[in-house]
Write a protein that binds this ligand. Structure first.
Ligand SMILES: C[S@@+](CC[C@H](N)C(=O)[O-])C[C@H]1O[C@@H](n2cnc3c(N)ncnc32)[C@H](O)[C@@H]1O
Length: 368
């Protein structure tokens, strides 16, 4: 049994923990910006393949107090690195320090690298580690003088699903899009509409959720090449995920004022294998009529910071409130960085939730 840590965007700890629990994983605990669980390497494969809202799955090698470089060195040297990293494994180091006496990330990286090399050299009775084999990315966090050392089992982050090589100017991260769909409680019943779909992230994630299709079926993971996680573990986890899929059809609608964005969204949906589930159209959200009799609108209209001047965005929110906001039978879930969104939209939200789109503080304004 190992302990795993899944870093996630701030605000997504709850949805991420819920996903892990629904997968049947043990001892799930959410904390600031990350979620822990315990399990074996099959649990690790399951989480990597099926997680929608987490960024990666880290295997925890150990934790200890580290107020000095000596303590950091000795703490790392005491870890059972040879149980995981083979003689030729590559072991680069990255991480972060927060509120700690050790605050220089490059210095900590150097110390951890050196301690790991000494330990592996002792384990394999060699002074020469070629680092020509598979990747064992070491990650560290030093928070309030407590160091934790991890191995990254994921590789390229989990939001890289593989369907979105092309995106518009301000795309939503796939993990956040999946969380919005989850917070809207969309499971494939009724309809879902994104009237500002850009590269199509929200409708595509909605279709994957409706089908219960695991987002990681077609991508590689770092730990697939590790001796402790045999190929069969990954093949079994993929078979299990496929056996849980639902066939559809679903009523998902994606529109955008920009024909180029529309074409890109369609292309991305084709790559994700969900083009048949989504009806695409070019339309202005300020005048568009509802594509179905009831459902949920889930969208991220332009924010002032990145795509339009703030005032233009505020005028757009006003227009949205007069059209989308008055549609009968449609719940609305609108993410925006505008703190006064409700005032411009013309109605107080039923509930608001703080979320981060990358580094931007946003609010999910929920009307239901
Ligand atoms: C922040 S982006 C959405 C990004 C999208 N969620 C993604 O992941 O790619 C906002 C989108 O709204 C579109 N847009 C701006 N004004 C619009 C309007 N009045 N009606 C419909 N779409 C509009 C833009 O073309 C842009 O694609």
């Amino acid at each position: 049994m190992f302990e795993f840590v899944v870093p996630c965007l701030f605000g997504l700890e709850g949805p991420c923990a819920e996903e892990l629990r629904r997968m049947g994983l043990g001892d799930v605990r959410a904390e600031n910006g990350r979620v822990r669980f315990t399990g074996d390497m099959s649990a690790c494969a399951r989480a990597n393949i099926r997680l929608r809202t987490g960024e990666r799955v880290l295997l925890r090698l150990g934790g200890f107090e580290a107020k000095t470089f000596d303590a950091l060195f000795e703490g790392v040297k005491a870890l059972p690195l040879g149980d995981f990293i083979p003689r030729d494994g590559q072991f680069p180091v990255k991480g972060y320090c927060l509120d700690s006496a050790l605050h220089s990330v490059p210095d900590c990286q150097r110390i951890i690298k050196k301690a790991s090399a000494v330990k592996l050299g002792q384990t394999y009775r060699t002074q020469w580690l070629s680092e020509t084999g598979p990747l064992y990315q070491l990650q560290f966090s030093i928070v309030r003088d407590r160091a934790e050392i991890f191995l990254d089992t994921t590789g390229a982050p989990l939001f890289k699903r593989g369907y979105r090589p092309g995106h518009v100017a301000a795309p939503l991260r796939e993990t956040l899009a999946a969380a919005l769909v989850g917070l809207a409680r969309y499971r494939g019943r009724d309809a879902l509409w994104d009237p500002f779909c850009g590269s199509g992230t929200i409708p595509i994630e909605a279709a994957l959720i409706a089908h219960n299709r695991a987002p990681g079926l077609d991508r590689p993971f770092a730990a697939q090449h590790w001796p402790i996680a045999a190929d069969k573990i990954w093949a079994d986890a993929k078979d299990e995920a496929r056996s849980l899929e639902y066939p559809g059809p679903y009523h998902i609608f994606a529109s955008d004022i920009d024909p180029k964005a529309m074409a890109l969204a369609r292309e991305n949906a084709r790559r994700a294998g969900v083009e048949v589930d989504i009806t695409f159209s070019v339309s202005d959200a300020r005048t568009a009529s509802a594509p179905w009799d009831k459902g949920a609108i889930v969208c991220n209209p332009p924010y002032g910071e990145r795509m339009m001047e703030r005032q233009e965005a505020q005028a757009l929110y006003r227009d949205m409130g007069r059209t989308l906001g008055r549609l009968e039978g449609w719940k609305q879930y609108i993410i925006s960085s505008e703190p006064d969104f409700e005032r411009f939209y013309g109605a107080p939200a039923t509930k608001r939730r703080k979320l981060y789109n990358g580094m931007i503080l946003c609010y999910l304004n929920m009307y239901y």
